[in-house]
Design a protein around this ligand. Sequence first.
Ligand code: FES
Length: 107
Amino acid sequence: MIHIQVEDTDGSKRSLEIEENPSTSLMEVLTEEDFDVPAICGGMAGCGTCHIQVRKGLEKLPQPDDDEEFMLDSLPNLTPQSRLSCQLKLTPALDGLDVKILGDGVS
Ligand code: FES
């Protein structure tokens, strides 16, 4: 199981326990759990509305690919810990993550 702490855009915090599944993204879990993640591009790294700040565990994650880097660079609230949750698969690397939803992409 993967354990993640998530802070929503309104400041509310929840702990999630998620089954590992490399064909599912963290964005899909966040939308299912009704967090403020519109994900209007459907997970194609094209909207930035699934933008998160990884406050703990960033070093364990795979490096962003070119498409993710390009989208992140266009976001007004980019941080050094920014990632797109649609590009993070539910693998053991996510266990112990502490993330804050930033959103603010094209909406
Ligand atoms: S859902 Fe659009 S960039 Fe992630």
